[in-house]
Design a protein around this ligand. Structure first.
Ligand code: FAD
Length: 356
């Protein structure tokens, strides 16, 4: 087992280098990619696990609500947060072990995800290249098991470390225990507010293993393509297709693709022969973007909020409206889709509402 000196890549993202350790009534616009101007009663920036432990111990002692925030690219503040927002800025990368064909690295939860993907690609480590340019931190990647272009992060996570709020200890958690699924894990269910990911161990391949089944990738790439070419192609496709949150505030896909039974799908197909769907185990996954577009939502705007012209799944907030406006828009869209197709859309980002 080899251990290298700890390495770090992070340039500070939304919070910039001026982050003080603790500040009061902070505008969170710069800390969420929808640019929602909600306030946080307190913002506590943690750069080391010890700082996280101290912060949580105090929060518990004072009985304050708290929320862990990475880069805020999957979080919707519905109102001001009357508690402590704990901004995860833990950094460092360590080589844990390697064999002839694999390498295992431990990555601190506050590292930027895309920078970590680029770091692996530059070392010829295969396994996460299709997930390039997904915004956010490494520590948030397991929360909803990020995925894109036929790849899911769960397939490279060997284990992770999380601070357990009840016992105040850092625990080692196996991949199996996380119960990963499509945009799912226990961190979104029974572990919310009790397990804070501090680092993730990834096992990557040193041998060539490209995943090019996804049609958009198969178009310009072959199995002779290099790892760097795959990475560049993913970056290029995403740049063309998705709005950059720095230019047009958004949180990526706002709705999950709904999974329905085969008989429900067949009934819909009778009524809408062009409906787009994919096999999903014994069920069918409907393309939510198709439902939204066919229902005419690309032409609608509610309270300054709308969907993106090139990608109907992405809700955009160009006027930097508050969380209530985003929620109002999403609810109107969901109600309409339910009425038209009998399908209930589920919101993908976490909605944060704090009532005392
Ligand atoms: C333009 C755009 C494109 C996107 N594309 C994709 C895509 O292709 N695939 C995909 O899967 N997602 C995508 N997303 C969603 C988002 O990038 C991911 O969900 C990302 O992992 C969120 O990281 P974050 O640090 O910003 O999380 P945040 O928004 O800060 O946090 C998300 C949730 O995780 C919790 N959390 C964060 N860090 C921790 C931690 N260390 N321990 C415990 N809980 C924590 C937070 O409390 C919150 O509930 C996209 C988003 C945008 C804006």
């Amino acid at each position: 087992m080899t251990k290298s000196t700890s390495d770090t890549m992070s340039g500070e993202t939304p919070g910039k280098t001026s982050d003080k350790a603790i500040s009061s009534w902070v505008d969170l616009s710069a800390y969420n990619t929808l640019a929602i101007p909600a306030l946080a009663k307190e913002l506590c920036v943690v750069r080391h696990v010890e700082e996280l432990q101290t912060c949580i111990a105090r929060v518990k002692q004072e009985n304050l609500p708290f929320l862990i925030l990475g880069e805020g690219s999957n979080t919707v503040f519905l109102q001001d947060y009357d508690g402590v927002v704990v901004l995860n800025r833990l950094t460092g990368i360590e080589l844990v072990s390697q064999t002839q064909s694999t390498v295992t690295v431990k990555v601190a939860a506050g590292e930027n995800w895309h920078d970590f993907v680029a770091y692996c690609v530059s070392r010829q480590w295969y396994g996460i290249e299709n997930l390039a340019l997904i915004p956010g931190t490494v520590g948030a990647a397991p929360i909803q098991n990020i995925g894109a272009y036929g790849m899911e992060v769960k397939d490279t996570i060997s284990e992770l470390e999380a601070f357990d709020v009840s016992s105040e200890e850092v625990l080692s958690i196996s991949n199996d225990a996380c119960e990963f699924g499509y945009r799912e894990s226990r961190f979104k269910r029974d572990w919310v507010g009790n397990k804070i990911i501090t680092s993730v161990h990834f096992t990557l391949s040193k041998e060539k293993a490209l995943k090019l089944d996804y049609p958009a990738l198969a178009q310009n790439l072959t199995h002779d393509s290099s790892l760097k070419q795959v990475f560049d192609e993913v970056v290029s496709i995403r740049t063309q297709k998705l709005p950059d949150p720095k230019q047009i505030p958004n949180a990526g896909s706002f709705f999950k693709n709904p999974v329905v039974s085969v008989s429900d799908y067949q009934a819909l197909q009778q009524r809408y022969p062009d409906i787009v769907a994919f096999e999903h185990g014994q069920k069918m996954k409907l393309a939510a973007a198709w439902l939204i577009e066919q229902a005419g939502w690309k032409q609608k705007q509610v309270d300054g909020v709308r969907v993106h012209q090139h990608q109907a799944l992405v809700v955009i907030n160009p006027e930097r409206r508050p969380g209530e406006a985003i929620q109002g828009f999403a609810q109107a869209l969901k109600d309409d889709i339910q009425q038209r197709y009998g399908v209930m859309l589920e919101v993908e980002p976490r909605l944060i509402r704090l009532t005392k």
